[in-house]
Write a protein that binds this ligand. Structure first.
Ligand SMILES: [Mn+2]
Length: 379
């Protein structure tokens, strides 16, 4: 039996200022391009089953372009009569039920099985005269709700194949966390050997958790943590209870994050020279990149020739110069991860408050911080 396992496509994501000639955010288009490559592969291969393990969309209310794109692509799978199970992740799942769920657009599409009701559901398929049961636990509004749904998880002894799919941070020796306020924890004990395959979503780096359990990773690079990683999806073959996995790499835009430049004991000219060498090495055209300057005195940072760097990087999609300024010197605010820190501070503050609508406030507030961040990074 052949399965394609994909997750975290984040359709509708956008970042930075760079736009296409039609005025559409370039990074948004990039996420579509990655997902289309997957669908091209799927309709050609015609696997027995496709599983999307959550975060198809980047947000609860994706824009019309993202919705239209997703429908068009998923219809291509539907027309090929390939069963496609797709579960809700934390990014597209609304905090409030009355918001309504974007996945309802897939309700009446043949062969498409959206799972988004915040509860454990099973689906049974007859594939090549074998009974295949898919056990799906999607995103829930509350952590305890998710935990109690996971408790109910039970492989179907009458099925020939049992497949488990969920979206969250597996927690055991290591925690596969994305540090998102609404992420859910999947205890390692839920990953039973009684499942023939476990398709996980949420953690963006392709990872083998066990012989039968994988994170396929995201289909695009969204943060500099992703820079060194290949992105793609998994082609899984289950033969006689053993899992054969093949990672299929997608062709996506390079994101370059070279080793930081150590600036201690360097003169301004020497730092500039190192930056220029780094930019040249990166070859900025059509890429996103950042350069980190470690231990740079604040006054030296301010005197860097930014216009020169800008000129050299004019064909980049986006770039940033991050300075880790020397501490105990003249007090100048560090440029490092200011916005990340703000998100964490905001989260801590809201959580410490006695408020009824914490989740809504968090969602709104973090949304605004993200917007400002995107604007600042576009400078
Ligand atoms: Mn997620």
């Amino acid at each position: 039996m052949k399965i394609l396992h994909i997750a975290d496509s984040h359709l509708g994501y956008s970042a930075y200022r760079k736009a296409t000639p039609d005025g559409i955010n370039q990074r948004e288009i990039d996420t579509y391009y990655a997902f289309k490559q997957f669908v091209d592969y799927a309709v050609k291969l015609k696997p027995n089953l496709i599983i999307h393990a959550g975060d198809l969309f980047d947000s609860v209310r994706p824009n019309n372009r993202a919705i239209t794109f997703a429908v068009d692509q998923i219809l291509r799978i539907s027309e090929k009569k390939i069963p496609f199970v797709i579960i809700a992740g934390n990014h597209e799942h609304p905090r409030l039920k009355e918001t309504g769920h974007i996945f309802s657009i897939f309700n009446h599409m043949d062969n498409i099985y959206p799972i988004y009701n915040a509860k454990y559901e099973t689906l049974s398929f007859n594939i090549k005269n074998k009974n295949v049961t898919v056990h799906a636990v999607p995103q829930c509004e509350l952590k305890k709700q998710f935990d109690s749904e996971l408790e109910k998880l039970k492989p179907d002894s009458s099925a020939d194949f049992n497949i488990f799919v969920s979206h969250g941070a597996v927690s055991g020796i290591q925690v596969f966390s994305m540090n998102e306020f609404n992420e859910l924890i999947i205890p390692a004990k839920a990953l039973s050997n009684d499942f023939d395959y476990i398709a996980l979503g949420h953690y963006h780096k392709f990872t083998k958790i066990a012989n039968n359990a994988f994170y396929s990773g995201s289909t695009e690079r969204f943060t500099y943590t992703d820079a060194p990683d290949n992105k793609g999806f998994l082609e899984i073959e289950i033969i006689n209870q053993s899992v054969k996995s093949n990672f299929i790499q997608l062709k996506i835009r390079p994101m370059i994050d070279p080793k930081p430049i150590k600036c201690s004991n360097l003169k301004l000219e020497e730092i500039m020279k190192k930056i220029k060498e780094a930019v040249k090495e990166i070859n900025p055209k059509e890429k996103t990149f950042r350069i980190i300057l470690d231990d740079i005195p604040p006054q030296m940072y301010r005197n860097l020739d930014f216009s020169d760097i800008k000129k050299m990087s004019s064909e980049a999609i986006h770039y940033e110069i991050k300075a880790n300024v020397v501490k105990n010197e003249e007090s100048s605010p560090s440029k490092t991860s200011k916005v990340d820190a703000l998100t964490i501070e905001f989260k801590k503050f809201i959580e410490s408050q006695d408020l009824k609508e914490k989740d809504t406030l968090l969602e709104l507030g973090i949304g605004y911080i993200d917007k400002v961040e995107a604007r600042e990074e576009g400078k």
